[in-house]
Ligand binder design. Structure first.
Ligand SMILES: *[C@@H]1O[C@H](CO)[C@@H](O)[C@H](O)[C@H]1NC(C)=O
Ligand SMILES: *[C@@H]1O[C@H](CO)[C@@H](O)[C@H](O)[C@H]1NC(C)=O
Length: 349
């Protein structure tokens, strides 16, 4: 064989190799709450919204999308790290179509939880309904790409689930219903059972690579610190311990289902330690403020209370760990996203 021909063949093989590696995860498909909602709630009748300024003021030079952030959120950064798009669009946003969703989509809805009754509080999209939308998505994907190609995308995609905080803070500890039915231990197990049924259903629908997200140190959210005025506005240890305990149960669920279901490749992605480290040593990450949020007084405002007209909103969100009283800034989300990409998600890169 002539040298030129050989080189040509080698470079062609190299190209095939690169393309194959590049296509390892063709899409990122997201389920959950406000930590990963990119604006689905803009299209349903709920007050759990953030599609107005100052939300999004650092998103591509200023654009409120419905993300509960000043800019992008963790899943956007993860998508970018996987060589996919910079921002994952919301499934209900009519500005996008299956052509866009074929490489990434979020079905998430702010204020939802594992528990159906959590979604009822602010009338947002329950998890089972997000799965219905996903079923609808699979059908559209099959018409768009053809059955075979769509099935490849379905099995090779990375599925990210991030939900659970609202079940405790918005539901169990706020409303009388669940707390009169369940002890906190029973409630945790109830939620784990729902989580397990959800990931099993995803698996039955063809998903293989799944990232089950853990809870953040939720006692350190500014809203919870504000409520802890008797304790000097420190982090609420009881809520942090609860998050740790629940994360342990989620991790066990991941281990169990990887054993039980052939070909299942689920990982537990834990934001807890990284976030707590940021909160304890803010200067090491370039932050100046951890106990209050950037938006408004930073003590309790989120959603509509976090208004553009508020004169107290900070000018540089990068100095703050939290954007509103419940949600991290874009900068915090990027640090957490980079951490999970390097750890739990590294095997899928
Ligand atoms: C949540 O609601 C859906 C739809 O009504 C139902 O199919 C599902 O069983 C419910 N889940 C739980 C845990 O009650
Ligand atoms: C989870 O699925 C099992 C088996 O189908 C069922 O018995 C159980 O009730 C489900 N749990 C919840 C909370 O929906």
């Amino acid at each position: 064989m002539a040298l030129k021909q050989m080189l040509w063949l080698i470079s062609l093989q190299f190209l095939v190799l690169v393309v194959k590696i590049g296509a390892k995860v063709p899409a990122i498909i997201v389920f959950g709450d406000s930590s990963v909602d990119a604006g689905n709630n803009n299209y349903i009748p709920t007050i759990a919204r953030s599609n107005f300024e100052p939300y999004g003021r650092d998103f591509n030079g200023g654009f409120p999308t419905g993300r509960f952030s000043n800019g992008r959120i963790a899943t956007d950064f993860i998508s970018e790290s996987f060589g996919l798009k910079r921002a994952i669009p919301a499934y209900l946003d009519p500005g996008y179509s299956i052509k866009d969703f074929a490489t990434g989509v979020t079905f998430a809805s702010a204020a939802t939880g594992y528990d159906n009754t959590t979604a009822d509080v602010l009338r947002v999209i329950p998890l089972w309904k997000q799965l219905d939308y996903y079923r609808d998505y699979q059908n559209k994907l099959k018409s768009y790409l053809g059955k075979g190609k769509a099935e490849d995308v379905i099995s090779d995609s990375l599925y990210i689930i991030s939900v659970g905080t609202n079940d405790f803070l918005e539901n169990y500890y706020t409303l009388p219903g669940r707390s009169s039915q369940f002890t906190i231990k029973e409630y945790q197990n109830f939620l784990i059972n729902i989580a397990g049924n959800f990931t099993k259903k995803l698996y039955d629908m063809g998903a293989r690579k799944i990232s089950l997200g853990g809870l953040p140190p939720m006692g350190c959210m500014p809203l919870e610190r504000t409520s802890n005025f008797m304790g000097g506005s420190e982090c609420l240890e009881s809520y942090n311990n609860l998050a740790s305990e629940f994360n342990g149960k989620l991790n066990n669920l991941v281990i169990q289902q990887n054993k039980d279901f052939k070909g299942m490749d689920m990982v537990f992605s834990n934001p807890y330690d990284t976030m707590l480290d940021i909160i304890r040593k803010p200067a090491a990450y370039g932050f100046e403020v951890t106990s209050v949020a950037c938006c408004a007084t930073g003590m309790f405002e989120m959603g509509y209370a976090c208004s553009r007209a508020n004169p107290f909103t900070c000018s540089d969100a990068d100095k703050y760990v939290f954007w509103d009283s419940f949600h991290p800034t874009e900068k915090t989300d990027k640090i957490v996203a980079d951490h999970v990409v390097k750890t739990s998600l590294a095997k899928f890169l």
